[in-house]
Design a protein around this ligand. Structure first.
Ligand code: NI
Length: 189
């Protein structure tokens, strides 16, 4: 099931997500829904707070842009070690239409539980390394805009507010049209 993606600056995105006790059926369902939501939105990563769930759960699939990759489920991820520095122009499904260059570690080593509840470790390079750091940030209530200057962040915040107002107006219009349609239907009876 595709879930609704929360748009920044929604306050839920600033919260710290809580560890998962056990990878039970509800966590598996969350992982599956998140993967479906990520693919539907054409993203390469999604963290649970972005669908309004404050759990330490991430899905990543950089395969469209990185060879040899596949869908990854990371529950309770920990970044064990980082190495080097790199920059990448990042976007975020919670900040649609925006992209800015962010400085990150070039390589990271991560430990997490998989969808089967078993712990695994992974060495990440390239886009996967960026995605792990970006999604891990989400669990800490940090977004890529928090790595930018306050001026840039404010400009993006204003554009997001405008976008949200437009979407709200659109939804109201659709609803009004539906009500009108329903009335028409009633009178036709
Ligand atoms: Ni993001």
């Amino acid at each position: 099931m595709v879930r609704e993606i929360v748009i920044w600056p929604d306050p839920v995105l600033k919260e710290i997500a809580k560890p998962v006790d056990r990878v039970d059926d509800s966590v598996k369902k969350l992982l599956d829904d998140m993967a479906e939501t990520m693919y539907a939105a054409d993203g390469v990563g999604l963290a649970a707070p972005q669908v309004g769930v404050l759990k330490r759960v991430i899905v990543i699939d950089t395969s469209p842009r990185q060879e040899g990759q596949t869908l990854l489920h990371l529950v309770n991820p920990e970044i064990l070690r980082t190495e080097g520095v790199t920059t990448y122009t990042e976007g975020c499904l919670s900040i649609p239409g925006e992209a800015e260059e962010v400085e990150r570690a070039a390589k990271v080593w991560v430990r997490a539980l998989g969808r089967d509840g078993r712990a695994f470790e992974l060495e990440c390079e390239g886009l996967l390394s960026i995605a792990v750091q970006h999604e891990y940030d989400h669990l800490q209530g940090t977004l890529f805009v928090d790595h930018l200057s306050s001026l840039k962040r404010e400009l993006i915040r204003r554009r997001m507010k405008k976008l949200q107002a437009e979407q709200k107006a659109e939804r109201a219009e659709t609803k009004a049209a539906q009500v009108k349609g329903a009335k028409k239907h009633e009178s036709a009876l």
